[in-house]
Design a protein around this ligand. Sequence first.
Ligand code: ADP
Ligand code: MG
Length: 278
Amino acid sequence: MSDIILKAENLTFEYIQDEDGEKVSALDNVSIEIEKGSFTAIIGRNGSGKSTFAKNANALLLPSSGTMYVGSMDTKDESKIWDIRQLVGMVFQNPDNQLVSSIVEDDVAFGPENLGIEPEVIRQRVDEALTDVNMYQHRKKAPHMLSGGQKQRVAIAGTIAMRPDCIVFDEPTAMLDPSGRVEVMEIIKKLNSEGITCILITHFMEEAAEADRVIIMDGGHVVMDGTPSEIFAQPDKIRDINLDVPVAVDIADRLRKKGIDVPLNIISTEDLIKWVLA
Ligand code: ADP
Ligand code: MG
């Protein structure tokens, strides 16, 4: 149990519609364990329940039934809510909605200030967090002067300044240009290598392929769960869920269907190039 940081046990979540009071089931009896220090990608088409799962992971939403554990804490335990939110940080899609101050470093200090941390310690954490995301040199700038990728990295710094054990990234690259997406992916991989458990919700299959584990959700259920090689070795099954596969997986699959014996463990463009040149 000690090496499991997040555990959803028969987690069911229903939204109640404001207008008519009708219930919308977003998660149906989901059980997932996330290992400490791991890097998990969650993919699935729109409305499959990914964001609802993310919000249950740090008690922004509470289960309709079943349980979400953060470490040994049950998210329904109101006395633990701040410990839970400190332990599991969140980064959302739109960096503009996450940046609240007019100066980058003030923004990063916002979270730790709310935790009631000493000013000298905050100073140190802010500098470290900005250094970690390669934004220290921009600390005095106004967030609106930054590129999308830079803004998202400031938002990530604001989260890591709270020293979370786990960060859930909910489509953090969806609004970024290709270079911004690469910048943010590099930071996520770096934070994971430093020991932070990372959960990345994404609709970019190339990003999912970089995780240790890929979970596919559909209709509020987990429908596939495995390593990227295990998952992307089943391209037809993934297409049946109306999802794409990484470009390299698609090419390898099409070659295989033409009778060429391409190994199943090709998931990245680099893998494909290596195989072609071998
Ligand atoms: P995803 O992040 O995979 O796109 P969500 O978790 O946002 O999926 O949504 C899952 C389901 O819950 C969808 O059917 C969606 O329409 C519904 N839903 C999400 N947010 C709300 C809400 N605030 N009120 C009512 N229904 C919602
Ligand atoms: Mg979502």
